[in-house]
Design a binder for this molecule. Structure first.
Ligand SMILES: [Zn+2]
Length: 394
């Protein structure tokens, strides 16, 4: 992007979001002594929440979340959306009503969005959808394209439609290549959850003799428009495949830490040249400074080294800026021109230092250091607050 003033950073793309999961914040932080608390127990709480939401709940939750996002420095979101139907699994009169609700929420707030219409066809590799998953159902490839093509009418410079494959658990093997080819033919990006949990990798190996990422590659679903979400348990062979195909990996460090997913192989991904980006995913934390800092800090923790994710001059901040903006926008198929974060140079966090401001901001900053945020050149945030906050979330 063009050179920015010293007190301005490029806006951050929040590449992976499930807006409704914001509602779980603070409510899933107590251990149940009867079970080993893990991603899988959290998932049951998430399903409970997903099954209670009305269409207006979906829109209202997203609108408030998107205000929080722009006030925190996110200027674009990738909404990985699978809450397609009514709570009992029957379709809305408009089959893409919930997708449209999310697009309205983003438009109201002024946030750029790529709505990633999510394919969810079965409960597990050998199991049909459970009653608790019927809300997510996409029964056929034809139904997916009907939905996606209906949504394409809303595309604009600030709105894109993309395709998400929920996971290799939820999408049949024979669909993976077909859906990816269809998305490419429509100039859409493709996102997929993969290798987040050891149990998921083990189940995929048992069924197919391949890791989730190797399976995607074998089926032609690993491409230069593919973004793998998480990749926490990616093997060295997976990483070589990702690098060869030019695929991106979206790390979601605050959520991955919250869910106990594991520590991603960031150093190996980065050194292999795999483009990285970030997402706030379950929104336990909405803070791009924390997300970016954790990318580097978890890489340090895993390698016993400092300054792992760096540019050609060994600098961390420019590498984090690339992750925040360039790689993130590319993963979403969006143009980030005019998307910026203006810093409050009087904030104590930024004061009294001769250091490079981007280094201070990304490695020591937080949303409180933000003064202004613009999307497509429009000022959405002034003095740290969305200019229409009261109307949007009142
Ligand atoms: Zn996710």
């Amino acid at each position: 992007m063009t050179e920015l003033p010293l007190d301005v950073l490029p806006g951050v793309a929040n590449v992976h979001s499930h807006a409704f999961q914001r509602r779980l914040r603070g409510r899933v932080q107590a251990r149940n002594p009867a079970v080993r608390d893990s991603f899988w127990t959290w998932r049951e709480a998430m399903y409970d929440e997903a099954l209670t939401l009305s269409l207006s709940d979906v829109e209202r939750t997203a609108r408030a979340l998107y205000v929080e996002m722009v006030e925190s420095g996110y200027t674009a979101v990738g909404e990985f959306h699978y809450l397609h139907h009514q709570p009992d699994g029957t379709a809305y009169a408009d089959p893409v009503a919930t997708s449209r609700a999310l697009l309205r929420a983003a438009a109201d707030v002024g946030l750029r969005i790529t709505l990633l219409f999510t394919v969810y066809a079965r409960g597990g590799i050998d199991t049909p959808l459970s009653d608790r998953q019927r809300r997510f159902a996409t029964p056929s490839i034809e139904a997916v394209w009907r939905a996606v093509d209906a949504l394409q009418a809303d595309v604009s410079p600030t709105v894109q439609i993309g395709l998400a494959l929920h996971s290799v658990r939820a999408v049949p093997r024979e669909w993976l290549g077909q859906l990816t080819a269809g998305a490419r033919a429509r100039s859409m990006v493709v996102h997929v959850h993969a290798s987040e949990q050891p149990a998921e990798v083990a189940a995929t190996r048992d069924a197919y003799g391949l890791t989730p990422i190797a399976l995607l590659d074998t089926e032609g679903a690993l491409t230069d428009v593919t973004t793998i979400v998480h990749g926490t348990w990616a093997t060295s062979d997976d990483i070589a495949r990702l690098a060869t195909r030019g695929s991106t990996v979206c790390l979601c460090p605050t959520t991955e830490c919250d869910l106990g997913d594991g520590v991603p192989p960031t150093s190996a991904l980065f050194r292999a040249g795999v483009p990285l980006c970030v997402g706030s995913d379950s929104h336990v934390v909405v803070d791009p400074f924390a997300e970016l800092r954790l990318v580097e800090h978890l890489a340090r923790a895993a390698t016993n080294e400092r300054c792992v994710v760096v540019d050609a001059h060994g600098q961390v901040a420019p590498a984090l800026t690339q992750i925040a903006h360039r790689h993130g926008y590319r993963a979403l198929g969006l143009d980030g021109t005019g998307d910026t974060i203006g810093l409050d140079l009087g904030h104590p966090t930024l004061a009294s230092t001769n250091a490079d401001l981007a280094s201070v901001a990304w490695l020591s900053g937080h949303p409180g250091v933000i003064d202004r945020v613009t999307v497509a050149g429009h000022e959405l945030v002034r003095n740290g607050r969305h200019v229409e906050r009261a109307a949007l979330i009142g």
